[in-house]
Design a protein around this ligand. Structure first.
Ligand SMILES: Nc1ncnc2c1ncn2[C@@H]1O[C@H](COP(=O)(O)OP(=O)(O)O)[C@@H](O)[C@H]1O
Ligand SMILES: [Mg+2]
Length: 500
């Protein structure tokens, strides 16, 4: 039995060569081409057999195949090569189509693997985020109408899907013809130039629709003046060329005080958007890394704008302690932003994240496989993608079974150990690693710093440098005083498996 996205429960044992639904064969090269390899020339081996004869639209009926007996053996040579799409597997993949009636195997083609583990990688299915999407829809609508509305700030551990959701918000704003810009904050950089660059992008999106070019030019003059007040630029260390042809204006957004300048710049940008009946959205990822004075200036500018009803919003994403960073900077920050805690996916959403993309490729999972995947990935989107990807690559045929998950889990874990955990662990110094190992001994949840000191047999104050630098490196966070947690889910578990 396999599971479909629409929760259609199918009966009867899966049969090699026949989709469990009993439909005629619909292997990887016979269905509609919806994946990234859907172009007419999808790869070096997209020969005459790589597409249905009806072309990329895939409207031609799949090649029918007689239903073999349930216990029909699958010859070894028709099982696709595992884990890699080599030149050879791609070549034989092309041959598979004319051979389908003979092979009768429902293969899980690595080339069409839909899963996307990776920072900011758009998932094949954005599962379990309907509430946030609806909330943001309302924010956009209200702000465009000049209604008072708090903007949104997404918070959560690493790998839960903040960046992906922020990018989706950006697309939503663009669909409404808003001007949009995005920056990724860095602890060592003022936001002045990144903000200037991203607002420049936002205005470029709006400019072609604006009836009064002089209004755009006027704004660009202010934007240029704002960017040029960057202290780094004054020292000649900066080479950011804003590509703005108009001369820098004088006397607006160029005082050198970021709070004043940002406020003036935002008010002017909002004015341009108002002319068009739209808004501007500025997205800031890794917002906890914005330097303290800049955060304060940013909040003040947003505060000013919210009072005047200007249609410009700052939408942020960051680690779980971002709300405390913001409120430490301005007490009114809670009235500016609606915090949306982005967490692991619940069972239904995690299943959907796996099933929906697979279904588009005519691949299915057994319920036991989904149980095993949920247990392994624990609902964390990054892990869902990582385990799903390896399971797909190693599964010999659809439906993907619990056994396939068992076989593939070690490889997925190894990839996570290197790419997700290891790359972060390597950033820590020996003293910082000791600190994290001590945390890991106390479990996976946030722990009191005093207990970490106890484990290490040290005075808490002597550990402050290691702790502070781990926070700066984004490996641990402190959402409340005296308590510390890992920013990376399952990091404690990973550390406990590491030799000291
Ligand atoms: N709602 C979701 N459903 C399925 N997969 C998701 C979802 N959100 C994120 N992912 C996947 O999780 C991984 C991490 O996403 P990312 O946005 O980089 O997380 P964060 O910014 O919180 O560290 C990516 O591989 C992405 O494809
Ligand atoms: Mg991110």
């Amino acid at each position: 039995m396999a599971v479909r996205a629409a929760e259609v429960s199918l009966s009867g044992p899966p049969v090699a060569g026949i989709a469990p639904s009993g439909e005629p064969f619909s292997g990887p090269f016979s269905g509609p081409f919806s994946g990234p390899f859907s172009g007419p020339f999808s790869g070096p081996f997209s020969g005459p057999f790589s597409e249905p004869s009806g072309g990329p639209s895939g409207e031609t009926a799949p090649v029918p195949s007689p239903r073999p007996p349930a216990d029909a053996p699958v010859p070894a040579w028709c099982v696709p090569l595992r884990s890699r799409a080599t030149r050879r597997s791609a070549f034989y993949g092309n041959l598979r189509r004319p051979l389908y009636p003979v092979i009768k195997s429902e293969s899980v083609d690595p080339v069409r693997n839909p899963y996307a583990p990776g920072a900011g990688q758009r998932p094949p299915e954005l599962a379990g985020r309907d509430r946030e999407l609806q909330q943001f829809e309302i924010v956009l609508e209200r702000v465009a109408r000049g209604r008072p509305e708090r903007s949104m700030v997404l918070t959560g551990l690493r790998g839960v899907g903040k960046t992906v959701l922020l990018n989706t918000f950006k697309s939503m704003a663009m669909q409404r013809l808003w001007g949009t810009g995005k920056i990724e904050a860095r602890p060592d950089q003022s936001i002045r130039r990144p903000v200037a660059a991203s607002l420049h992008m936002a205005i470029r999106e709006l400019a072609p629709r604006h009836r009064a070019p002089e209004r755009i030019e006027e704004f660009l003059g202010v934007l240029k003046a704002f960017a040029m007040r960057d202290p780094a630029a004054a020292k000649g260390t900066s080479h950011w060329s804003p590509g703005i042809d108009v001369p820098a204006s004088r006397g607006r957004a160029d005082s050198g005080d970021l709070e004043i300048d940002l406020t003036e710049l935002f008010v002017d940008a909002a004015g341009v958007a108002t002319d068009l009946g739209v808004g501007i959205a500025l997205f800031i990822d890794e917002m906890q890394d914005v330097q303290a004075p800049d955060i304060s200036a940013l909040c003040a500018a947003c505060h000013e704008l919210s009072q005047s009803g200007g249609p410009l919003i700052v939408v942020g994403a960051g680690l779980p302690h971002l709300p405390s960073v913001l409120s430490a900077s301005k007490s009114y920050s809670e009235r500016l932003f609606r915090y949306a805690r982005i967490d692991r996916l619940d069972r239904d959403a995690a299943d959907l994240a796996l099933i929906a993309p697979a279904e588009r490729e005519d691949v299915e999972f057994t319920p036991e496989a989904l149980d095993a995947l949920y247990e392994a990935a624990d609902g964390y989107p990054y892990f869902v993608q990582a385990y799903g990807k390896v399971a797909w690559d190693l599964a010999p045929r659809s439906p993907i079974t619990a056994d396939d998950i068992k076989v593939s889990a070690p490889e997925a874990e190894e990839e996570l150990a290197v790419g997700f955990f290891g790359s972060r662990y390597e950033r820590a110094t020996p003293a910082e690693r000791d600190y994290m190992h001590a945390m890991a001994q106390l479990g996976d949840d946030p722990v009191p710093t005093a207990e970490v000191a106890d484990v290490l047999g040290r005075k808490p104050s002597s550990l402050s440098p290691a702790r502070d630098s781990l926070i700066k490196k984004g490996l641990i966070y402190s959402a409340e005083r005296g308590v510390i947690g890992f920013t990376v889910p399952h990091f404690g578990r990973f550390l406990r498996a590491q030799p000291l």
